[in-house]
Write a protein that binds this ligand. Structure first.
Ligand code: NAD
Ligand code: TYD
Length: 338
């Protein structure tokens, strides 16, 4: 079995590659453009693994992708590659359309010309838009209408629609998963949880958007990897699977949990200008993947956040290398005077 994992040098993709190489004797090829979010340090532990190969490239480069698929003849393609940060999509939507939509299209066309038996699109619950905060009994199911709010989620929703159209029109062997917010090792510092851990460790302000009441449904990254593993092996072609483990938390509660764990004062919290179009609440109904594929989460939020904070404590050079580079300019642009 040979699998091409796109975006495998990013947060979830690298966790997935480590998970798969440990569990199976499959050949895994990581294809990654190494944007600001891609980091070969995430894959340092498997670079010499005989079953692993890294290839530097762009999913939206048609000729390159066609040649790669012709040479490698993969059985499965799993598409993690994306521009993934909502705030960046508000600053500059264009690259999101290029990578997330055109890139997905180019991958699928190359699959159709090749030997690929399964294309899996890693999508997000953000394609459903948001839920009200005051109706906790409402959840996203696979039949919730697509209603994205940000350029990021609109680009992911567009890619999903394209994948579904390829399945219907060409009998294209695709599956889609829509997961809630992930957290864990190798999470890029621009995202809420790592940003707050790192700022707290550096005794810097913790910038909470608006009043911090927005709710996210947090899933430990290894539980996401386990779900994708089940879908590529047992998921039904043409189907969408939602992934989430009922770990809803308001942002302010997440931030307070992190501060408490690190023994830092709540006076570090700084409420800043809200994100435009900020989604209120995400919450997944995981019944379909649980009933059909037997998926359950292994790690609840309490354990997962402790593991994650410990990882950031043990891997300071990993995040210090990032925050001392180009990230400084990004941080200044997004947060100075906010
Ligand atoms: P990430 O930003 O950490 O990593 C993205 C990776 O894709 C990087 O390694 C980057 O270099 C690579 N990449 C970007 N553009 C590329 C291109 N044109 N060609 C090849 N590689 C390219 O993202 P992540 O958080 O690991 O998310 C992975 C996937 O999971 C994305 O598709 C995202 O939409 C989806 N997702 C993320 C979450 C989350 O909470 N992070 C939740 C649900 C779904
Ligand atoms: P984020 O990690 O960017 O994920 P997403 O927007 O895809 O859910 O943000 C998670 C939540 O945290 C979201 O409600 C925005 C909020 N947030 C802050 O309050 N401050 C921050 O500095 C960041 C990055 C996010």
């Amino acid at each position: 079995m040979k699998i091409i994992v796109t975006g495998g040098a990013g947060f979830i993709g690298s966790n997935f590659i480590l998970y798969m190489l440990e569990k199976y004797d499959y050949k895994i090829i990581c294809l990654d453009k190494l944007t600001y979010a891609g980091n070969l340090e995430n894959l340092a532990g498997v670079m010499n693994n005989k079953n692993f190969k890294f290839i530097h490239g762009d999913i939206s480069d048609k000729i390159f992708i066609e040649n790669l698929f012709e040479n490698e003849k993969p059985d499965i393609v799993i598409n993690f590659a994306a521009e993934s940060h909502v705030d960046r999509s508000i600053e500059n939507p264009n690259i999101f359309l290029q990578t997330n939509i055109i890139g997905t299209n180019i991958l699928m066309d190359a699959c159709r010309k090749s030997t690929v038996k399964r294309f899996h699109q890693v999508s997000t619950d953000e394609v459903y838009g948001d839920l009200p905060i005051d109706k906790p009994d409402l959840f996203f199911t696979e039949s919730t209408p697509i209603n994205p709010s940000s350029p990021y989620s609109a680009s992911k929703a567009s890619a999903d629609l394209l994948v579904q159209s390829y399945h219907r029109t060409f009998n294209f062997p695709a599956t889609i998963s829509r997961c809630s917010n992930n957290y864990g090792a190798f999470h890029f510092p621009e995202k809420l949880i790592p940003l707050m851990i790192i700022n707290a460790l550096n005794n810097k302000d913790l910038p909470v958007y608006g009043e911090g009441k927005n709710i996210r449904d947090w899933l430990y990254v290894k539980d996401h990897c386990k779900a994708i593993d089940l879908i590529i092996h047992n998921g039904k072609i043409g189907e969408v699977y939602n992934i989430g483990g009922h770990n809803e938390k308001s942002n302010i509660d997440v931030v307070k949990i992190i501060l408490k764990y690190l023994g830092k004062p709540e006076s570090l919290i700084k409420f800043v200008k809200d994100r435009p179009g900020h989604d209120l609440r995400y919450a997944i109904d995981p019944n379909k993947i649980s009933n059909e594929l037997g998926w359950i989460q292994d790690t609840n939020f309490e354990t997962g956040i402790a593991n994650t904070i410990e990882w950031y404590l043990k891997n300071k050079s990993w995040w210090q290398n990032i925050i001392n580079g180009e990230y400084k300019n990004y941080y200044a642009k997004m947060y100075n005077g906010r």
